[in-house]
Design a protein around this ligand. Sequence first.
Ligand SMILES: C[S@@+](CC[C@H](N)C(=O)[O-])C[C@H]1O[C@@H](n2cnc3c(N)ncnc32)[C@H](O)[C@@H]1O
Length: 284
Amino acid sequence: MEILNRIEDYLSNDFYSSDFFQLYSFTTENINGYMQFFELKDKTLLTIGSSSDQAINATLVRCNDITVCDICPLTKYFYYLKLASLLVLNREEFLGFLCKKQCDIESNKHLLSRTIFNRVKNALKSLDYESYYIWEYLFMNYKKSDIEKLFRRDINDLESIIYCNRYLKNDYNYNHARETVMNASIDFITEDITKLYTNKSFDNIWLSNVANYLNSQDINSMIKNCSRMLNDNGKMLLCYFWNTSMTIKGFPIEQLSSFESERIKIPGILKDKSKNSILVYTKK
Ligand SMILES: C[S@@+](CC[C@H](N)C(=O)[O-])C[C@H]1O[C@@H](n2cnc3c(N)ncnc32)[C@H](O)[C@@H]1O
């Protein structure tokens, strides 16, 4: 399996590469803070995010047709591990198994634990055999400190992760997400968003803060590409900002003046109390 070869290559190199091979175990954006600004019920969503938290949260408001596009090739496999964990573990166990920030790796015996994986793996096998095969191989053959290298360092603490994710807010939402996720269609595309080509069109597109990694030319391609895929009256989250004065690096927002865009303030992630904001374009 090619992806397994790539993972093994990655793990055998004793360095953290700067490319986009690593996963985010949980979102770094206040998804709960921005989802209210989008009409999601019975609508389609294209979203970036290797945590897949955008997709899971969107299903809670009955967004049932979701495409996750991320440059990180592990996104789909992690989503199925997360989904199997959601279905089998309670909320506390789920966070203990997947949240690196709970406490440090060596002392957190639950984090990426083989014992917990053994409880989850049958569900994983029936959800997606390829994902099961990959994670089973990794848990059998690698130490958890190696598996952990597939994930980026969590930026947010546990409290912030819960605050940003409606499905983690309480046991009711968590249990409800088990049903809503299973009722939704969630597809995965591993692709650079500036090059994504699909015949599908979407009512909503969420682009995380990817614009901050791109040069002006790629930002233009991304915007052109995505606005082509956006339905009339659809909304695109062009960029997420961790404060209200941030702009897209090297690409002043004024350059977007041909678009009907608005900057919306949202509550910041809990850790720092400052506001975050999103740049949203509505297609007329
Ligand atoms: C800063 S992270 C934010 C993570 C996000 N909050 C989440 O929930 O996973 C941006 C995400 O964009 C992805 N990404 C970066 N550049 C990309 C590109 N050109 N095309 C598609 N995805 C990209 C990364 O792999 C990562 O998952």
